[in-house]
Design a protein around this ligand. Structure first.
Ligand SMILES: Nc1ncnc2c1ncn2[C@@H]1O[C@H](COP(=O)(O)OP(=O)(O)O)[C@@H](O)[C@H]1O
Ligand SMILES: [Mg+2]
Length: 256
């Protein structure tokens, strides 16, 4: 079964055609890579899938529901969460609070018990904290739950971004360059996390420039260049594809 169907998506910014007739499917429980040189339109596509941008034309279906007209604040409730290429956290909040903030958005709790300070409110708070600590543990940040986000290392902030996305309890997770700037060991931990999430049935679409990361992790890869799909295939198919090789050589190799 396909979780995600991207059908003939185009998006322009003024005269610039950022995406042109992009189509591909992502199967349930798969880790699907989205690669391509800088400016290829990868982030624009994730922005469309997460409701941040509307497409100029085309459609996106998530489990047969039209996703292309759903605004960002409702996409999370449909089971779709994302991380950002440029990390977006609450810098002066703790790790735990950053994760809890996401949870509050998807599971708004009745206000009255909290206003009346009923015992159920305290219990819910403790349950939420326990759940959020569990998510922090999954990304290896449980020891830093009370640290402020701004005091984390770069790689830790990237992992906290993933934890924040997981707090929405997504079935489809969109990761925009999750290991950019990470050391090799840290990237390997993120690869293990992505594998275990997919093993639990989560569908993952990820953008990444780190080729060994993508090739080892993804079962299918879609390659974009100048807003168009060059090919979608297995890592082996993509690696040997003439236009893919040319696109990467033509762009001067990996970019930032
Ligand atoms: N909000 C925007 N306004 C104008 N141009 C944009 C905007 N977002 C992206 N673009 C342009 O669209 C193209 C694709 O950008 P992007 O999707 O960020 O590429 P990638 O993530 O593959 O590097 C680029 O030429 C970029 O400058
Ligand atoms: Mg990008």
């Amino acid at each position: 079964m396909n979780d995600l169907r991207v059908n003939n998506i185009s998006r322009s910014f003024g005269g610039l055609q950022a995406l042109q007739g992009v189509s591909f499917d992502v199967a349930s429980g798969n880790v699907h890579g989205l690669i391509g040189p800088n400016g290829a339109g990868k982030t624009t596509l994730i922005n469309i899938l997460s409701g941040v941008l509307a497409p100029t034309s085309g459609e996106v279906f998530y489990r047969d529901q039209a996703l292309h007209r759903v605004p960002a604040h409702r996409v999370a409730a449909m089971g779709v969460a994302r991380t950002f290429q440029n990390i977006r956290l609450f810098p002066t909040m703790t790790c735990l609070e950053n994760v809890q903030a996401g949870h509050h958005l998807t599971a708004p709790r009745p206000l009255l018990p909290r206003l009346l300070r009923l015992p159920s409110a305290g219990r819910e708070d403790r349950e939420l904290a326990a759940k959020s600590r569990g998510i922090l543990a999954r990304v290896g940040l449980d020891a830093k739950d009370s640290h402020l986000a701004k005091n984390l290392s770069y790689g830790e902030r990237r992992r906290l971004e993933i934890a924040r996305a997981l707090s929405f309890r997504p079935r489809l997770l969109l990761l925009d360059e999750p290991v950019a700037g990470m050391r090799r060991a840290e990237a390997a931990e993120v690869a293990n996390l992505v594998r275990s999430l997919a093993g639990e049935g989560m569908t993952i679409l990820l953008i990444e420039h780190n080729m060994s990361f993508v090739m080892n992790l993804c079962s299918r890869i879609t390659v974009l260049n100048f807003g168009r799909v060059i090919t979608t295939g297995s890592p082996e198919e993509v690696r040997g594809h003439r236009e893919v090789i040319e696109a990467y050589l033509g762009s001067g190799g990996h970019d930032a």
